[in-house]
Structure formats: C-alpha cells, structure tokens
Design a protein around this ligand. Structure first.
Ligand SMILES: C[S@@+](CC[C@H](N)C(=O)[O-])C[C@H]1O[C@@H](n2cnc3c(N)ncnc32)[C@H](O)[C@@H]1O
Length: 226
C-alpha cells in the first residue's frame, strides 16, 4: 500500500463520528453527506482525497517534531497520527472545547506521543524553528488574522521542514462560493478575505523554497518546503 492508500485506510477505519461537525468532515451520516454534496459538491472519495493529500509529505517513519494547528476535534488528523508512532506531536487550537474532543479521540486511539496546547495561531507559544513539520487543515479560512497565521507557521518551522494543509479557496467552485457567503460567513465559521488557488500559490512560492498547490473542488491542498 502506498502512503496515500495507507492514510485513506486510516480514515475508513475511523468508525462512528463524534458529532455533527465530525460527520460532515467524514461524510459518516446522512446529514453529513447531504451537506458535503449540497455545499461542497463532494462525495466520500473527494473528502478522503483532500484530507489525505496534506499528510502525504509525512512518511510513516517520520521521527521529528510535528505541529498541527488548528487540531479542532482531531477527526481528520488522529487516525493518521495513530500511524506516526515515532513522531513527537503537538496539537494547538484556540477552542478548548474542540480540543477536548481531540484529546478524547487520542486517548481512544491510544496515541501516547502527543501533547495539546491551547493557544492562538497568530501568537504561537514556541521558539523559532521548533518543528520539522507543520500541518494545518481547514484553518486558514477560519483564522481572523491570516497574515499573522502565515508568519507564525513559517517562523516555528525548521529550515528544510514541510508546511502542508488544506482550506477553502474562492473561485474554484462558484456554487460553493455562494453557499459560503450565504451560510458560513454569517455564522462565523469562515472569515474573509479568502485566497484563490492562484493567490495561494503565489503567496506560498514567495515564502517557501518550494510550494505546490492542488485542489479538490473548493478545497486547496498545499505542500511547501522551507
Ligand atoms: C473548521 S475547524 C478545523 C479543525 C480541524 N483541523 C479539522 O479539519 O477538522 C477550525 C478550527 O480553527 C480554530 N481556530 C480559529 N481561530 C483560531 C486561532 N486564531 N488560533 C487557533 N485556532 C483557531 C477553531 O477553534 C476551530 O477548531
């Protein structure tokens, strides 16, 4: 099995979702699948595809320090972290409530090499060049101060380290853009301004030694090397 297949397999084995948020992220309930289709025009394979892409740069025998920000409920990352038995993992989120679910999930999966830190991505409580890998899933469309978040994730990453992740971008699917404007911005889940695939590629190429951006519908996936 290659790395992509290993990661997809980990998600397939995730089991029952913890709550509505998780069921939308994994398409594991009728309502979750309805939202995934109606808003994102994605099916289960699309979800697996965009959620596994950011982890493909992290090999199964990764031994370094990894930061995930924001961890949320850990629904996407914990199954993968379970496979990274040699890594030293730190998860950070603004919301202790979301992170409590992630902590429980880590306990259920018996992940021992993991720590949880409550904090702000715009002021990360770590020294410069602490981490070998920084992963950020579905965070940048939510962060209110995106400039600070880009600077801080770059600052704490070691030279030669990888920054990978995914988040919503505008103009890739106009139907999704309308739904985001109508429902997600009003409720505070998403905070403009948003990147486009092109603006994200340009930004990351300016900051990093190499940067690759792809997309699944309105979700851009990126992998960069510092
Ligand atoms: C859509 S969730 C994504 C969570 C998870 N990565 C996932 O993909 O399921 C967005 C998360 O960003 C967190 N967040 C928002 N602003 C933040 C900030 N300034 N610093 C850290 N976390 C923040 C929220 O608490 C929430 O858990």
């Amino acid at each position: 099995m290659n790395r992509k297949e290993e990661i997809k397999e980990a998600y397939r084995n995730l089991g029952k979702a913890h709550n509505m948020y998780d069921s939308i992220m994994t398409g594991s309930s009728f309502v979750g699948r309805l939202v995934d289709k109606a808003v994102w025009q994605m099916d289960g394979e699309d979800l697996l595809e965009y959620q596994s892409l950011p982890f493909e740069v992290i090999s199964a025998d990764f031994k370094g320090k990894l930061l995930e920000v924001p961890v949320g409920t850990g629904v996407i990352s914990m199954p993968v972290f379970k496979t990274l038995t040699k890594a030293d993992i730190t998860c950070l989120d603004y919301s202790s409530k979301m992170m409590e679910s992630a902590r429980k999930r880590a306990e259920e999966l018996q992940i021992a090499n993991i720590a949880f830190v409550q904090g702000d991505v715009g002021r990360l409580p770590f020294e410069d060049e602490t981490f070998d890998a920084v992963v950020s899933l579905n965070g940048f469309h939510a962060f209110p101060d995106k400039e600070a978040a880009y600077k801080e994730t770059y600052r704490v990453l070691k030279r030669g380290g990888t920054f990978s992740g995914c988040f919503y971008v505008e103009e890739a699917n106009l139907h999704t853009d309308r739904m985001i404007r109508r429902f997600y911005i009003r409720t505070g889940f998403f905070t403009p301004p948003f990147e486009t695939i092109e603006s994200l590629q340009n930004r990351l190429s300016r900051m990093y030694e190499s940067a690759e951006v792809t997309n699944v519908q309105s979700i851009a996936c990126f992998r960069c090397k510092k």
